[in-house]
Design a protein around this ligand. Structure first.
Ligand code: NAD
Length: 366
């Protein structure tokens, strides 16, 4: 820790790595001291943009850097477990991107290794920090909606920005794995982390079958202890840019929040402008640019909270345990869609390499 700031080393140098760097820089408690990524052009560009002093082509070399207190993992899903375990053995705290892992065994290993090595494992679920959604939870916790019985979250756009997401070997699944993990985590967190009891899911590949075996639209209903419900819908088959929203229903009230609308400027331009909102195809014609986009998502608040937690100033709000709950729900969701049945939890099928495998070959007798 230098000048009282937690030193972050970022693994990866593209989409989410850029968000990590920008977000850490916006906070008070941390600084970006290193980046590691195999792609030279990207890592050098990122280092230049954020004035990152140390640049590595191999993350294991970065783990020996004493200036690094925490690593953030912004690399493809298939690499999360190994990177976390290596970082923990090097005595570094870990911020792991979502989804936590490919399998429940990996999730266990990550949580257990970080615990035995005495380092934090933070789960990078920014919806726990998204200001609009935090406001909805504050109101719910104050009793504004009476007894909340249903929480919905949905994220939709026309598909990911990088090739590896389409490759289930590296991603573990399609849109349910990629974005369903947000809604599953959100519902669990919003409702006060009740035990998930069962999940019923439907999913299919409707428009992107030429490039992936992964599903591009998914629905899941999660039943929690006490009879409360989470409804999670996600799409990579929705034209027109990003849509992210929640709905909360209780015995005495209801609230709706659309992450972008209301924080956007309805805009028409023949010529376009600077840069588009995430996943928007263009800045020409009608668009909805969001001001303070990272802040509206909650990324800077999330990263600064992790730095504050490393300093012992705050209790961790998003941990490997949250990621593990989501991991089990992801596996059970694919099992449900594959078998056409409601799947009860605990659900720990042995020997499953990727959650999506259960969509094509559901586990028997579970
Ligand atoms: N929280 C969110 O909303 C959110 C949004 C986007 C992505 N993500 C997650 O972030 C992670 C990264 O996704 P992305 O969108 O940044 O993908 P990306 O393709 O833009 O970047 C992946 C990066 O990983 C690097 N990488 C690959 N192999 C590596 C290795 N062996 N060592 C070090 N770096 C390696 C690549 O060089 C690249 O820089 C994924 O787990 C994804 O699910 C989260």
């Amino acid at each position: 820790m230098k000048d009282g700031k937690v030193g972050f080393g970022i693994i990866g140098s593209q989409f989410e790595a850029d968000i990590h760097a920008a977000s850490i820089r916006m906070g008070r408690h941390g600084d970006v001291v290193a980046v590691a990524s195999p792609t030279r052009a990207h890592r050098e560009e990122l280092a230049q943009r954020y004035e990152i002093p140390a640049v590595y082509d191999d993350y294991t070399a970065m783990l020996e850097d004493p200036a690094v207190d925490v690593v953030t993992i912004a690399a493809p899903n298939v690499l999360h477990c190994q990177m976390t375990v290596d970082a923990a053995h090097a005595g570094k705290h870990v911020v792991c991107e979502k989804p936590l892992a490919m399998t429940i065994e990996e999730a266990d290993l990550m949580v257990d290794t970080c615990r035995t090595q005495g380092v934090h494992l933070f789960y990078a679920e920014e919806l726990f920090f998204t200001p609009k959604y935090v406001k909805a939870k504050e109101m719910a916790d104050q009793g504004a909606f009476g007894r909340v019985h249903l929480v919905k979250q949905s994220e939709m756009h026309f598909g990911p920005h990088a090739d590896w997401f389409w490759d289930v070997e590296r991603s573990g699944g399609g849109v349910f794995m990629d974005m369903g993990c947000h809604g599953l985590a959100f519902a669990h967190w919003f409702l006060g982390r009740p035990r998930p009891v069962a999940i019923t899911a439907h999913m299919g590949t409707y428009v992107h079958g030429d490039k992936t075996r992964g599903e591009d639209h998914s629905f899941a209903v999660v039943e929690f202890d006490g009879g409360v419900i989470g409804h999670v819908e996600d799409s990579w088959a929705r034209r027109g840019g990003m849509d992210d929203r929640i709905e909360v229903y209780g015995s005495e009230g209801v609230t709706y929040a659309n992450l972008h609308m209301g924080n956007a400027l309805p805009t028409y331009s023949e010529h376009g402008y600077g840069y588009a909102v995430e996943k928007a195809p263009s800045t020409q014609g009608w668009t909805y640019p969001v001001f303070e986009e990272l802040w509206n998502y909650g990324f800077p608040q999330e990263m600064d909270h992790f730095a504050a937690a490393v300093k012992g100033l705050e209790e961790p709000q998003a941990t490997g345990e949250d990621g593990r709950v989501v991991q089990e729900l992801l596996l059970a969701g694919y099992q449900s869609a594959g078998s056409g049945r409601r799947v009860a939890l605990p659900f720990r099928p042995p020997g499953v390499r990727r959650p999506i495998d259960l969509l094509f070959a559901p586990a028997q007798d579970i």
